[in-house]
Design a protein around this ligand. Structure first.
Ligand code: HEC
Length: 102
């Protein structure tokens, strides 16, 4: 490998994070991208209106409670059931705070 090849490789690798961040739609939150389509307070599934952001915020007091509601309950959508990491991110994004450690 020549020094030039190495330099080129280093330059390209340095650019990777920028290229990746470019492909993300700007200004769209995870909640909007993954949840709001159903949880907009208007969508009816199984004869019930799916809870919107505010209802979910009122229902769950902590981030963990919220994430557990999905990962540990048959009630929740299959698509996000195994996505605890995503749920934790979405939960903090909509304003839920983690439980205070004792
Ligand atoms: C394809 C539609 C759909 C998508 C997308 C979706 N959900 Fe749901 N979600 C539902 C339905 C249907 C229920 C069950 C509602 C019920 O039983 O009243 C539910 C239930 C829930 C519940 C528990 C029920 C409650 O009323 O508290 C939580 C929490 C939840 N969703 C969070 C999320 C989060 C966070 C996302 C995004 C990461 C998401 N959902 C994406 C349809 C969806």
């Amino acid at each position: 490998m020549t020094a030039k090849t190495v330099t080129t490789a280093v330059v390209l690798l340095t650019l990777v994070p920028f290229v990746l961040s470019c492909s993300k739609p700007q200004g769209v939150s995870l909640w909007e991208r993954h949840c709001e389509a159903c949880h907009d307070g208007k969508t009816i599934l199984d004869g019930r209106v799916v809870a919107d952001k505010e209802q979910i915020k009122r229902k769950y007091k902590t981030l963990e409670e919220f994430a557990n509601a999905c990962t540990k309950s048959p009630e929740c959508m299959n698509i996000v059931k195994h996505e605890e990491g995503l749920l934790l991110k979405v939960g903090s994004e909509i304003g839920l705070a983690p439980a205070v450690k004792k």
